[in-house]
Ligand binder design. Structure first.
Ligand code: ZN
Length: 99
């Protein structure tokens, strides 16, 4: 089962919960895409005074980001995961996706 490199579309897919083998095209599985974005709302500015604080906050964040790679910085604000679930696992998961 060691096939590093590209996905040729024929490699087996397994349920992310129970690890049963899935058969794409057979209708026995669900593909779930999870997109996580760090608070997408702009910062709330209530007064001029808070702008001073924001400036300092931005400087602090820039200092922090300088310590991590661009890739890691991006991962902190945006992650995209793709899961495959068999039908029984999907039915359980979709009712309670955040146990
Ligand atoms: Zn399953």
């Amino acid at each position: 089962m060691e096939k590093p490199g590209h996905d040729d579309g024929m490699s087996p897919t397994f349920c992310s919960r129970c690890a049963i083998e899935l058969h794409p095209g057979a209708g026995d599985s669900y593909q779930i895409t999870i997109e996580a974005v760090a608070d997408p709302a702009p910062p709330v500015l209530s007064s001029d005074a808070s702008r001073e604080g924001l400036r300092a906050e931005i400087d602090r964040l820039m200092d922090q980001l300088a310590d991590v790679s661009e890739r890691e910085a991006l991962d902190q604000v945006h992650r995209r995961l793709v899961l495959h679930l068999c039908v029984p696992c999907y039915r359980q998961w979709i009712e309670n996706p955040t146990p």
